[in-house]
Design a binder for this molecule. Structure first.
Ligand code: 0L1
Ligand code: MG
Length: 253
């Protein structure tokens, strides 16, 4: 257990000092259970500095990423109020190690999801959906990590911005236009998120049930990326999702 605390602190220090750490798997044989315990301890460190968990995020929601990592299950991390950027606001790039941005769908949880209830209907606990951009920032050098590494590292969660909430609706197969600062526009589809972003809610419930992760009223759910992540650089990065509108943030050095 002391070891897990030490590993959580190593990741936390990597984030606060902006100094990447080598893969934990280089020196430790971790199980996925250990990895979620490290994530929990990491969160406790952040909470001890006054941060509050405001939601959850999914990772590995695209087939390509699952194949690349050799996994069949999505991963879950937590987002905090310190990671939130308001729509259109600036974000300081020196607060990260090597940030990347990706266009996402966000859901809003209107009432707590009782994951212990086998009949719970997670879709009925969601009241709104919005376009979003997630900032991921692995605490590992060169974004090189194993499955357990990235779970321990809170699924690379580092920042997020959410656009205007709209009533809960089917957002399957919506066109996504992602305009990263200083790079060519990328066009994608919400179907890259597990075939349909609503499946992310069900996948989230399954992981949260197994790992004891709460999904509370008011939480946001970042459902996963609709295109590959791109480096977040100075300037405005925008995501537009057909029928949902757009959201942006501006990186500043
Ligand atoms: O949000 C994501 O899909 C990323 C999960 C972690 C993997 C990565 O850092 O690329
Ligand atoms: Mg993401």
């Amino acid at each position: 257990m002391t070891d897990l605390l030490e590993l959580a602190r190593r990741l936390d220090t990597a984030q606060t000092s902006r100094q990447a750490t080598p893969s934990l798997a280089d020196t430790h044989e971790l199980t996925i259970e250990d990895a979620y315990r490290i994530q929990e301890t990491l969160l406790a460190e952040r909470q001890s500095r006054g941060e509050h968990v405001v939601g959850v995020k999914l990772g590995f929601t695209s087939k390509a990423k699952m194949v690349q990592m050799g996994v069949t299950e999505v991963i879950v991390g937590r987002v905090t109020d310190a990671m939130r950027v308001h729509d259109g606001d600036f974000v300081r790039l020196d607060g990260f190690l090597h940030p990347r941005a990706e266009p996402e769908i966000a859901y809003r949880i209107s009432r707590a999801v009782d994951a212990d209830d086998p009949t719970v209907d997670i879709e009925s606990c969601v009241d709104a959906v919005a376009p979003a951009i997630e900032i991921i920032d692995s605490r590992y050098a060169d974004f090189r990590f194993t499955h357990t590494d990235v779970v321990a590292d809170n699924a690379s969660a580092a920042g997020f911005v959410i656009g205007q909430w709209r009533r809960m609706q089917d957002v399957a197969n919506r066109a996504v236009r992602f305009q990263p600062a200083g790079a060519a526009e990328v066009v994608g589809s919400t179907s890259a998120i597990l075939g349909n972003p609503v499946r992310a809610l069900h996948a989230l419930l399954a992981v949260c049930r197994t790992r004891g992760i709460p999904i509370s009223a008011g939480h946001v759910v970042l459902a996963g990326a609709a295109t590959a992540a791109v480096p977040l650089t100075a300037g405005t990065t925008r995501c537009d999702i057909a029928g949902l509108g757009s959201v942006s943030l501006t990186g500043r050095v």
